[in-house]
Design a protein around this ligand. Sequence first.
Ligand code: AMP
Length: 510
Amino acid sequence: MTTFQDLGLSQKVLNAVTDAGYSIPTPIQEGAIPFALQRRDILGIAQTGTGKTASFVLPMLTLLEKGRARARMPRTLILEPTRELAAQVAENFEKYGKNHKLNVALLIGGVSFDEQDRKLERGADVLICTPGRLLDHCERGKLLMTGVEILVIDEADRMLDMGFIPDIERIAKMIPFTRQTLFFSATMPPEIQKLADAFLQNPQRIEVAKPSTTAKTVTQRLVASHGQDYEKRATLRDLLRAEEANIKNAIIFCNRKKDVADLFRSLDRHGFQVGALHGDMDQRSRTTMLQNFRDGNLKILVASDVAARGLDIPDVSHVFNFDVPIHAEDYVHRIGRTGRAGRLGAAYMIITRRDSKHLDAIQKLIGEDIEWHAGDLTALPEREESEDGGRRDRRSSGKGGRERDRDRGRKGSDRGNRREGASLHKIDTADDVETSPRERVEATESEMPRAAQASKKPEASRHERRPHSPANDDNRRRDNRRYHQNDDGPTPVGFGDDVPAFMLTSAALK
Ligand code: AMP
């Protein structure tokens, strides 16, 4: 059996790995580390949860032991599609690099440029970025990419989904082609293969798990529900209560950020210990929220795909799909949050009559029919009188009669006022825009790619509802960019100033 000692890592790195409690390298680590240490290019086909982060962080640490950083000239660059993933990679450097004195700079939106500039000025051994923020820094003339020896492109298929490929091509052009490139993707659609062919020279290919496989340790079940959101919420509550004794911690996935906000608020009101994670929350809130969830201070996290992708939470006991994902692969990613490393997990998905098409696609992808929990759609109880099937739960406050009446009764309380106040409603506006669900998620969840900003699609749509004056176009575009890329513009996002108290406990990340 291969051990970490066999891979060629430095003693400092081996000590940190031992301290982390790992004894055996995972297949992606075993496959990638020896070649990465030989400065070979790597094409790693692996999902999160396979130990892929350490498969590039550990050899990078070893290689970085020789040489030192110069001001504004980073030695290595890691590109991540989301802030959370970037922050997680930074945490990995802290953990595995604790015996090193390396300067690691995390360049993500939502953090001030000044602070990041100071880090760059000191000379960064490792730069971890989302593409937009990196390009911002380059445009400010604060960064020289000519010293980059190793480029890591992580989650390439997600980058493609989010429209980041042109940005990545721009960034790659700034880096000497003599660099070493480590390229990771969970899937290899033709566009990604093309990109890999363009970026990699004679790469070592390591494939560890097919994207369509779900862990055998996860029990998957379908839960039938009527289709209105308030009905789905009631179904979910019943399920949460029935499963309560077994739930250590759970992630509930929604397709859109508005639904994340609605569901969070509803569960909170019903007394569940719940948090929310979506791309419109400021960085501090997201980081704190995640930390609270990891530390066990929060039992349930309501999240959207983009915000939750790649979260490193080792032992989630339950995943609930409040919405059926529109893209079948997202189902695999979502339920990959549980049943990790041989642990047992449960994944429930609420199914309404509208969901058959997407459910079929999922079952086809995973190659099996998922069992029903307590009966299929034909076993649903009759609707109540008041459940009129109208559109009010979407277009009004997202509640049915009973729930709305109860909430109305509570509005006088402090808590009700705070929850009903401006903060959560601010983020609702973009969801009125008639775009496809996929576009909605992408338009609001990511640090937007440059190409999308230039064409003003789809993310500009929310701004297009402002009064239009041609003379203001330039300002508006600049405004859009700042809002989406950096989140440090004046527009309140996420919880705004109204951060719930439980999120204000200190977070581990700086
Ligand atoms: P990743 O795929 O990078 O998101 O890693 C998934 C999880 O596996 C993380 O919690 C890591 O800390 C953990 N991990 C990474 N390498 C190993 C290993 N060799 N043995 C056990 N756990 C590991």
